[in-house]
Write a protein that binds this ligand. Sequence first.
Ligand code: NAD
Length: 391
Amino acid sequence: MSSLAEVEHQENKLSDTNFPLFSSLESAGHEQVVVCSRPDVGLKAIIAVHNTTLGPALGGTRMWMYQNEQEAIRDVLRLSRGMTYKAAISGLNLGGGKAVIIGDPHTDKNEHLFHAFGRFVDSLGGRYITAEDVGMTEQEMEWIYSETKYVTGIPKSMGGSGDPSPVTAYGVYMGMKAAAKRAYGSDSLEGKRVAIQGAGNVASNLARYIAKENAELFVTDIYREKAEKLAKELSATYIEPDNIYCLDVDIFSPCALGGVVNDETLPVLTCDVIAGAANNILDDETEHAARLDGMGIIYAPDYVINAGGIINISSELEGYNEELAMRKTSRIYDTMTDILEYADTNNITTLEASNRLAEERINAVGNIGKIYSSSSHFSHRKGELYMRDRR
Ligand code: NAD
């Protein structure tokens, strides 16, 4: 498997009209890509299984109006690979996978489409386990679940773990504290000025943790009333969306969209720490991680500290236990501390450190797996057995 940085660099150079599928799969190390087509119900979906060294490939299904098929393929390849790294660095025995359904989530949904998709997921026999992602709701997950047991992150009413946002927020909080410890010598956020971008599900739960430590909070959202409501609840200050980057704060927490640390925003950032929930915070991972490092800003890699969601849904595979999921999520603090130390020792960015640590774990487990052991063979099937029993 090529390193994540190498693969991303190659992908950035590709144009939409010139997407070399097989060489992309080879360089990023994808195991399998399944194209699912049922024109009679309007289904066009792609399932990508990136790596199953650590276990079955887990990752959500995204429904999105992609501009063209190349864009959908690129997204599913990038997202599935990201899930491999997220599971690996989080200590989960899971691989990385993702699915995309090409279509407008507002107008192109129908019951039969999701039943058909569920059957395709089922046909992979557990190599890929799906979950909810952008553009999907509980209703569609219910239809998929009626066709396959290989679904997780299902609503509490269906015996699942429900909304993962509170657990994700707790993990981001833990990762932020570990980064603060490195920046200030103490992980207390008391008196720290913290800017949170987005006032959605994760951000509001995160803001409540931070507020309990008597930090000075600043919040924003493109829906002003949402941010103002949160600001009122926590005695925080509302900030206009465009002004969040140049605010004089200690910690910046992007919890809305990806790509917000970019060539335009980087020069105005004055914080010591960036730690947020949004996926793909850095517009160009390699370049912007290096520039943040050069500016002395500690970057807590997004996929490391927002892993509470996957930790939560993966707990469903062994029978959901909220307390255990929270305990596992609290370990994000230690993982982040290890990453900071590894980055220091090897004189590399925190992002490169976490990528390398994830790759080391995959390679080490892969090598151990070459030793035949009948009992570990069966213990790897625990999730599979639970999935069968719960239905
Ligand atoms: P959400 O939709 O509840 O909240 C996102 C908020 O960001 C919305 O209120 C939206 O209005 C706001 N927003 C969008 N663009 C903005 C901008 N330019 N400036 C300010 N605000 C803006 O989503 P969420 O579940 O809270 O997730 C937040 C982020 O964390 C997303 O990037 C998501 O992919 C990521 N994430 C979420 C989870 C989870 O468990 N929910 C897990 C991992 C990663």
